[in-house]
Design a protein around this ligand. Sequence first.
Ligand SMILES: NC(=O)c1ccc[n+]([C@@H]2O[C@H](COP(=O)([O-])OP(=O)(O)OC[C@H]3O[C@@H](n4cnc5c(N)ncnc54)[C@H](OP(=O)(O)O)[C@@H]3O)[C@@H](O)[C@H]2O)c1
Length: 175
Amino acid sequence: MKNFDIVVAIDSQGGVGFQGSIPWKVKGDMAFFKRLTTLSEEGKKNGVIMGRKTWDSLPASYKPLPDRVNLVLTRSATLDLPEGVCSFSSLDDGVTFSENHTIDRLFVIGGSEIYREAIQSQWCRCLYVTYIEGQYNCDTFFPEIPDRFHLMSESKKICESDITYSFRVYNSVID
Ligand SMILES: NC(=O)c1ccc[n+]([C@@H]2O[C@H](COP(=O)([O-])OP(=O)(O)OC[C@H]3O[C@@H](n4cnc5c(N)ncnc54)[C@H](OP(=O)(O)O)[C@@H]3O)[C@@H](O)[C@H]2O)c1
């Protein structure tokens, strides 16, 4: 099976969302997300797997996320998606599809429900966590990070407007 990485921004309580959107706007993180998930080997695209609610939350102008293969997880057989966007009824099906098509790197990009399942998967190799200092009003959360993930690096703190954040990378230590 194909390995994948998780990309997430969390607050100090692990919050990721509120009422279907992200409760902060950090341009530096958005640029990081775009660069990380888009840059791929020549001739290939990366894949981004997301839950249906995260798909719904994307602004129309970013739907589908450009220059990436968008994969949406849903248990509904009738979800209407634009051409080129694929839906899958399980995480494993999405990962298997990515293995069989010319997809370079594969990223799980949320939301909470999908993170919970993905972080337990043996195919999850790396977590890119943008750590936003402070506590926001959130109703959806990132799961506790399992012990098999070790913090490998953390950027210096970055201040943008009144928000302080840093980029953390965790790697799975189990092959
Ligand atoms: N901070 C961040 O980095 C970040 C990133 C992404 C999202 N978010 C936020 O997270 C929130 C959304 O998270 P959420 O947990 O409510 O929803 P979600 O994980 O985006 O989507 C949940 C939906 O995905 C489908 N699904 C879940 N598990 C599945 C499985 N195993 N197989 C097939 N389909 C599956 C179901 O869709 P159906 O109901 O259609 O069956 C389910 O209702 C929003 O507030 C969003 O803004 C934050």
